[in-house]
Write a protein that binds this ligand. Structure first.
Ligand SMILES: N[C@@H](CCC(=O)N[C@@H](CS)C(=O)NCC(=O)O)C(=O)O
Length: 204
C-alpha cells in the first residue's frame, strides 16, 4: 500500500491523479499547508524541502520501502510501476518526455509565480501581469499542439496529459481568463476531466 501526503494544489493533484489513473491503491493523508503541517519534523523527515506531495510506497522495488517527493517523479514512478502511460517506442517516448517536462516545469511553476504575485500581502501587479502573459502564451502553444493531435504528445494518452491536466485544472479554476478562447485546449480539457480516475483524484 502507498501513503500519499498532499494538498489540493496542482503539484499535489499531479501525484493523486498519477495514483488514481495508474490504479494504485493508496491511503490519502491531506496536509493543511495553512497550518504548516508540511514543516513538522515528521514531514521534514520524508521531504527536507518541506513541500507536498510525498508518497511512501511500502512495497517498492525489491519489496523495499520507497519515500519519494517531487510530483513529476511520483507520476513517473507510478507509471513505471504499473507499465502505463509511457510509450514503448523510443521516438514517441522522446515526444512524451518533451511534453511532460513542459507540462511539469513550464506550466505549473508559471502558475505558481502568478499565484504568488497575486496573493501576496502586497500584490505585485506588474510582475503578476507579466507571469499571467507567459502562462497564457504557454497555453496558447498547447492549444495549437492539441489542434494537431489528440493528446499532449501525439495520438496516445501519456503522463504528459496527466501532468498538464493538473496545471490546466488549477489555472482554469483560479484564472479562467488565461485558458479562455482556446478551443482545442478546451476539447482536450473536457475529455480529460471526464476520466473517472481524474474525477476521483480531484474529489477532495
Ligand atoms: N517541484 C515540486 C514542488 C512542490 C511544491 O512546491 N509544493 C508546494 C505546494 S504546490 C508546497 O508544498 N509548498 C509549501 C511551501 O513551500 O511552504 C513538485 O513538483 O512536487
Amino acid at each position: 500500500m502507498i501513503d500519499l501526503y498532499a494538498a489540493g494544489t496542482s503539484n499535489g493533484m499531479r501525484a493523486r491523479i498519477a495514483l488514481e489513473e495508474c490504479g494504485l491503491k493508496y491511503n490519502w493523508h491531506p496536509i493543511d499547508l495553512t497550518k504548516g503541517e508540511h514543516k513538522t519534523p515528521q514531514f521534514l523527515a520524508m521531504n527536507p524541502n518541506g513541500a507536498i506531495p510525498v508518497i511512501v510506497d511500502n512495497e517498492g522495488p525489491g519489496g523495499q520501502k520507497v519515500t519519494l517527493s517531487q510530483s513529476s517523479a511520483i507520476m513517473m514512478y507510478a507509471a513505471e510501476k504499473t507499465g502505463k502511460f509511457i510509450p514503448k517506442d523510443p521516438a514517441r517516448r522522446a515526444a512524451m518526455l518533451e511534453a511532460y517536462m513542459s507540462a511539469s516545469t513550464d506550466v505549473t511553476p508559471m502558475f505558481g509565480s502568478v499565484n504568488a504575485c497575486v496573493r501576496a500581502k502586497e500584490p505585485h501587479v506588474a510582475a503578476g501581469d507579466m507571469f499571467k502573459g507567459r502562462l497564457k502564451d504557454l497555453f496558447q502553444v498547447w492549444d495549437a499542439k492539441l489542434g494537431k493531435h489528440k493528446y499532449a504528445a501525439g495520438d496516445e494518452l501519456t503522463i504528459a496529459d496527466l501532468s498538464l491536466y493538473a496545471g490546466y485544472w488549477r489555472t482554469k479554476g483560479v484564472f479562467p481568463e488565461l485558458v479562455a478562447g482556446m478551443p482545442s485546449l478546451e476539447r482536450w480539457g473536457k475529455e480529460m476531466g471526464e476520466r473517472p480516475g481524474i474525477q476521483r483524484a480531484l474529489k477532495i
